[in-house]
Design a protein around this ligand. Structure first.
Ligand code: SF4
Length: 334
């Protein structure tokens, strides 16, 4: 089995608030291999972005990580690094813009508005590599060109607001990749783009995975994008992973009622007259987490007591697919 690049084990995270502790991530485990694209999907508020930020310890100061949480980064020729045990910006440099980079839905979040794109790229390279200013500038222009930005040497001296949305997204990808990260976290990177640019950005990311051999954690609520981009998928609901496996297995044969609901809610191109089926109810407030299975308040297959009181554990559907739902244990017992 190939060595995993990143292993997330039992990740739990609560936020301290005036109303009390709010659980945002609950005992989440997954791994990413070099060259693998893992899609993390779920509705807004499911905990996807908080999970992603945890990999770089980027959550705000009121975040409290569970004692058993481990985020292990395996870099070639080095002892495994547990990011949970790193503190302060100096220790965390390896995980922030070094071995791990992050791109966001809104590129303006990545660029300081009053500093040119080139100056920001150069600064990042000076921090994370041994390049001097001349080499950092040359390489930054090469990267802007590599992601398909025309007149890269002119764009280098422009501000983020001077570029179109698609070009800003490409510039953000160029900046994120310029330090040659081993893991790229892409948080809804294509959601704000129109469909043509979205496809260009997805193709670009696939090319770069091949070229750089990096792993990608691709966060989205769009199952269509995941089907085009990811090797494996992990489905999240109210801070818990509820189904994971190969994209092919999970999307063709979803075993968890929530994943089935997400797929049923997609418009069907072969039957445009078919009514869209929304999942009943709303995602509960994290202050009112349901006991037992967190999805039971919306589940059409609710089994009663067992679902309301016992947290379902992952069971194998096959060698590439696992689901946390009591239906599976019931089927296995009957
Ligand atoms: Fe539905 Fe029960 Fe499965 Fe939860 S464990 S998804 S409530 S059947």
């Amino acid at each position: 089995m190939s060595k995993k690049l990143m292993e997330v084990k039992n990740l739990s995270l609560q936020f301290k608030t005036d109303e009390g502790l709010i659980t945002a991530v609950d005992n989440v485990s997954f791994s990413i291999a070099p060259g693998e694209v893992l899609g993390l999907v779920g509705e807004s508020g499911s905990g996807k972005s908080v999970t992603a930020k945890s990999l770089m310890k980027l959550n705000p100061g009121n975040a409290v990580y569970g004692d058993d949480s481990q985020i292990i980064l395996n870099l070639d020729g080095q002892e495994p690094i547990d990011i949970m045990k790193l503190h302060g910006s100096k220790e965390l440099k390896v995980a922030r813009g070094g071995s791990i980079s992050m791109i966001f839905q809104e590129p303006m979040a990545s660029f300081a508005p009053a500093i040119t794109i080139g100056a920001q790229m150069v600064e990042q390279l000076l921090i994370h590599t041994d390049y001097n200013k001349v080499k950092a500038k040359k390489y930054s222009i090469e990267m802007l060109d590599r992601v398909g930005i025309s007149d890269a040497d002119k764009r280098f001296d422009q501000f983020a607001f001077e570029l179109s949305g698609g070009m800003r997204q490409r510039a953000m990808i160029a900046m994120a990749l310029s330090t040659k990260p081993k893991l790229l976290i892409a948080d809804e990177p294509t959601t704000a783009l129109d469909v043509t640019i979205q496809l260009q950005v997805i193709d670009l990311m696939k090319d770069l995975v091949k070229e750089f051999g990096m792993g990608i954690l691709f966060i989205t609520h769009d199952l269509g994008v995941i089907a085009q981009t990811a090797d494996n998928i992990a489905v999240m609901y109210l801070g818990k992973l509820i189904e994971k496996g190969s994209v092919r297995d999970v999307l063709r044969n979803p075993s968890h009622p929530y994943t089935q609901g997400l797929i049923d809610a997609l418009p069907r191109l072969d039957n445009l007259d078919a009514p869209l089926k929304a999942i009943d109810g709303d995602i509960p407030s994290p202050l009112e987490r349901p006991p037992g299975c967190v999805f039971h308040t919306r589940c059409p297959a609710d089994l009663g007591d067992v679902c309301h009181t016992q947290i379902p554990q992952f069971s194998a559907v096959n060698a590439n697919h696992e689901t946390a739902c009591h239906l599976l244990t019931k089927e296995a017992a009957s």
